[in-house]
Design a protein around this ligand. Structure first.
Ligand code: BF8
Ligand code: SF4
Length: 626
């Protein structure tokens, strides 16, 4: 195989060549030899009990049922719902960890972190009806903690951020019993209902599936974003270098990869400690170089301008450089294969979170009450690895500079100015047609498709057609590497979008951060609705979403909370469904037509994906009479 058919990322390609020479295997190799199971790919199998596992025939979906009698629609709906449950659990558990830290900080038990963004604290508190006038930061913060805890533990009622949902969207959810009560309850109920012999109507399963997904988007993910902003600062645009060239041969290189910012924040403190910098210099290094990858990398580059080494499909490749002295991980999207690659190159692979150990990796426990103990130790170990480097090092000399860190708050300042921050100019430009619509392009990279290519081609097609693109997660890194996160990239945009970008001085593609920061897109959509002129619900907006190279259950949960919020969402790679079944028709049509929500779409082709999204945007424009 030609490596160019596998990835368009030059740095990753260079490292895959090197891996081949070194006899090191990566996920790209394994994807080539491990053929995806065709029955599983169509979600036509069930292993929920030991009368099975049962395999149905995707070519004749109604020709057979499982031993219990479960139909293809029940089986697919249950499988899909369990993906949503797992993805929602990942985001909400991450959010809960941030909330735990917030509580400990506010109550004074943890002094190593503090509230950094008081203005954001006030804004979030006000958004859910907490009085802020004349009160102390501590009081407001404690009230906010108590309120947001309900996002998880509440048994009856509506989660706190339901107060932020546009009225008409919320009405629709209420009508169908889809407003989340608390994430723990929704996930528990969904797991129950998808057990053998419980909910066996695909449409009823999908309702609870939607409620659970909404508990992620407007619950766990939104809590993760807002609390992280309060504790660590709300992102503002910052120029950052992205790609493997951010590694430095003459420095101690530490790469952090995962999702929760608390450990990474502490790494940032450790690498700037004078004694550790001196130790690095004593070891012959010029200093310590801290870089991020994947989502925690995306958060840290947005907040602090920390360089970013690459997305999900580059995490093994980056170790192949030989230049990584320590890779430090916490939770989510950490390939177990990293352990073997790290061993091959003498790189230390450290797990730090009690929820994630990896066989073959060393665990150095991270505790928030003494964070430096873990992260200082990691720096010391990285320095000793630097000293004993004994393999040739090859760092791809590629760095792409771009602007990242467009929080939804900043987008409003950027467009409206500090004194009249608002989404009015965005809405105006959509109404006057300079901007055709807005697309959220997010999600993973996946070795089953040409790495980065689907993201980049699709986004180029969108901006060429005057669609403003907002991004998060690994997709944001794909476009950063393609150079589209710069104001200069405006020349690739259609004339209307180009004019807006040039006037404001902004890129046509805006990076909003990590995957939990997709909640920023929900808030931006809400701001667009509230601003007026574009309908009364999120479903009325000329917007669309996509995850062109998705791979994780988290991506499915995100996709479904956008759909349930009213957004047409198109996924690439493959979709776990048998086409033309009742469940397929519900997800790809019925949710929009009968429920007034958004709907799913699927195509692996980037140009077709852009076309489908633009067609939807045009349909919404027409309905609005603009
Ligand atoms: O949460 S985009 S590969 S790193 S799942 Fe994972 Fe996908 Fe990347 Fe972050 Ni999101
Ligand atoms: Fe088969 Fe039904 Fe058991 Fe699933 S729940 S494995 S379809 S018998």
């Amino acid at each position: 195989v030609n490596i160019r058919d596998i990835t368009i990322c030059d740095a990753t390609a260079q490292m895959l060549e090197k891996a081949k020479r070194d006899g090191v295997e990566t996920a790209f190799d394994r994807a080539a030899t491990m053929k995806a199971c065709p029955i599983g790919a169509d979600s036509a199998c069930c292993k929920h009990c030991s009368m099975g596992p049962c395999r149905l025939n995707a070519k004749d979906p109604y020709g057979k049922v499982g031993v219990c009698g479960a139909t293809i629609d029940t089986i697919m709906a249950r499988n899909f719902a369990r993906m949503v449950a797992a993805g929602a659990a990942a985001h909400t558990d991450h959010g809960m960890a941030m909330l735990d830290l917030f509580r400990e900080v506010v109550s004074g038990h943890i002094k190593e972190y503090r509230i950094k963004d008081v203005q954001k604290l006030d804004m979030v508190a006000q958004s859910i009806g907490i009085e802020t006038e004349g009160r102390t930061t501590e009081d407001i913060a404690m009230d906010l903690y108590k309120e947001l805890e309900r996002t998880y533990t509440q048994v009856e009622g509506e989660i706190p951020f339901a107060k932020r949902v546009p009225e008409k969207t919320l009405e629709t959810w209420r009508k169908y019993d889809m407003v989340p009560r608390g994430a723990m309850r929704e996930i528990m109920e969904l797991m129950h209902r998808t057990h053998m012999g419980v909910d066996q109507h695909y449409e009823n399963i999908t309702r609870q599936c939607s409620r659970t997904a909404l508990a992620d988007g407007w619950g766990g993910s939104m809590v993760a974003t807002e609390i992280s902003d309060i504790l660590f600062g709300t992102p503002k645009p910052v120029a950052v270098e992205v790609n493997m060239g951010v590694l430095k041969e003459d420095m101690v290189n530490i790469v952090v990869h995962g999702h929760e910012p608390n450990m990474f924040e502490s790494m940032l403190v450790s690498v700037s400690e004078a004694s550790l910098i001196r130790a690095a210099k004593d070891a012959g290094a010029k200093g310590i170089n801290l870089c991020g990858m994947c989502c925690s990398g995306a958060e840290m580059m947005s907040r602090h301008g920390v360089p970013h080494a690459g997305n999900f499909m580059s995490t093994e490749a980056v170790i192949v450089t030989g230049a990584v002295d320590a890779m430090v991980v916490d939770v989510q999207c950490i390939k177990q294969g990293l352990s073997k690659v790290a061993q091959c190159y003498g790189t230390h692979l450290f797990t730090t979170n009690y929820r994630c150990h990896i066989e073959g990796a060393e665990h150095i426990a991270f505790h928030e009450d003494k964070p430096g103990e873990c992260t200082d130790e990691i720096v010391i170990r990285a320095i000793s690895r630097f000293k004993s480097r004994n393999k040739p090092i090859e760092i791809p000399n590629i760095r792409n500079i771009g602007v990242h860190g467009f929080s939804h708050e900043y987008i409003s300042y950027m467009l409206g100015g500090t004194f009249r921050a608002s989404y009015t100019p965005l809405n105006d430009n959509i109404i006057n047609g300079r901007i055709r619509g807005v697309a959220g392009v997010v999600g993973c990279t996946n070795p089953r498709v040409r790495h980065d290519w689907v993201h980049v081609e699709m986004v180029k097609e969108l901006i060429r057609n005057d669609v403003l693109v907002v991004q998060t997660g690994c997709s944001q890194i794909s476009l950063a590497k393609a150079g589209l996160m710069t104001p200069e990239a405006a020349h690739l945009a259609g004339p209307g979008l180009r004019e807006v970008c040039e006037t404001v001085g902004m890129p046509p593609v805006l990076g909003l951060g990590s995957c939990v920061d997709n909640s920023r897109i929900l808030i931006a959509c809400t701001a667009m609705v509230n601003e007026g002129g574009l309908g009364d619900s999120i479903a009325d907006l000329p917007v669309a979403g996509a995850a062109p190279e998705w791979m994780s259950e988290k991506a499915i949960s995100i996709g479904h909370y956008f759909v349930a919020s009213g957004v047409y969402t198109v996924f690439g790679v493959t979709f776990p469904i048998v086409e033309e079944t009742k469940f397929h028709k519900l997800l790809f049509n019925g949710l929009e037509e009968e429920y007034g929500l958004g709907k799913w779409g699927y195509t692996a082709d980037p140009y077709e994906m852009a076309r489908m999204m633009i067609e939807h945007i045009d349909k919404k424009r027409k309905a609005l009479g603009i």
